[in-house]
Design a binder for this molecule. Structure first.
Ligand SMILES: NC(=O)c1ccc[n+]([C@@H]2O[C@H](COP(=O)([O-])OP(=O)(O)OC[C@H]3O[C@@H](n4cnc5c(N)ncnc54)[C@H](OP(=O)(O)O)[C@@H]3O)[C@@H](O)[C@H]2O)c1
Length: 260
């Protein structure tokens, strides 16, 4: 049986915009206290090419939740910094006193053919997509395990982890590493009844998707970010006893996995 989210505390990375903002809103609507985190505190996207998709700050997401009667906390964190991730966890515990859910959503691309690959961009991609989700778990798990009530951890992965996408060798590597890492972590924390899953959102209309041209994906239906909410909320409700160690696609939610 899955758990109620009322009063649970969730950290959602990349909460300023896109898929992360939708996950924040979805969890808050179910009664979660949501820690909204990313770097952006001031929106300077006005008049830029990607204004519609780039727009969003952690404060806007957090305030939108509060306006609807929910509980939220905006915490600035650059996930390439281990110190800032540790501080994010500490701030969450100071404010809400517990952590039940980690949604590792933040991620970046490093789209390039291999000979042209910018090494700094690759390092940042690996830091964001692989190292940061692991460090978030490293710092949050002692509290989650100590609470003794289970919990749910999931990361936003990509179909690129499993198949060829032109110009995306580095990004594919990062998401494949994320997948293996979380599938292994699922077994490590199973005795603590903490679920660990991987969520592939499909092609979602966000800044990341608009920023790159992502050749080879045009055939996939593009959906608005809110479409991820039912599947993400369902994942947040799981424990190791109900659903863990799984790699799931949003488009299959309610068909091959999750409640119909
Ligand atoms: N869109 C798609 O079609 C698609 C498909 C498959 C997988 N995904 C995955 O979905 C996830 C979310 O992507 P999205 O499409 O919603 O992209 P997005 O709109 O670009 O959002 C990315 C989020 O990550 C945050 N972020 C970036 N660099 C950061 C850093 N150094 N420290 C902390 N936060 C940082 C951004 O916030 P700040 O800039 O404020 O820091 C933003 O909130 C990613 O993991 C992506 O790989 C997306």
């Amino acid at each position: 049986m899955s758990v109620s989210l009322q009063g649970k505390v969730a950290i959602v990375t990349g909460g300023s915009r896109g898929i992360g903002r939708a996950i924040c809103q979805g969890l808050a609507a179910e009664g979660c206290c949501v820690v909204v985190t990313s770097r952006t505190e001031v929106d300077d996207s006005a008049d830029s090419q990607f204004q519609r998709h780039a727009s969003g700050t952690i404060h806007q997401t957090a305030q939108a939740i509060q306006r609807r009667g929910g509980q939220s906390l905006a915490v600035k964190c650059d996930l390439s910094s281990s110190d800032e991730i540790r501080q994010l966890v500490a701030t969450t515990l100071e404010h809400f006193g517990r952590i039940d859910i980690l949604a590792s959503n933040a991620g970046i691309d490093c789209e390039s053919l291999v000979p042209d690959l910018d090494v700094d961009a690759l390092d940042l991609c690996l830091a964001l997509n692989v190292r940061a989700p692991l460090l978030l778990c490293k710092y949050a798990l002692p509290a989650m395990i100590g609470q003794g009530l289970g919990g749910s951890i999931f990361a936003v992965t990509s179909g690129a982890a499993r198949g060829y996408r032109p110009g995306r060798v580095g990004y594919s590597m990062s998401k494949a590493a994320l997948d293996r890492m979380f599938l292994s972590l699922a077994e490590e924390v199973r005795p603590h009844n903490i679920a660990v899953n991987l969520f592939s959102p499909g092609r979602v209309d966000t800044w990341m998707n608009r920023n790159g041209d992502w050749p080879g994906t045009a055939h996939i239906l593009m959906v608005p970010p809110d479409e991820v909410i039912p599947a993400a909320v369902w994942l947040a409700r799981q424990t190791a006893g109900t659903f863990s160690g799984q790699w799931v696609e949003r488009a299959d939610f309610g068909v091959t996995w999750g409640d119909v």
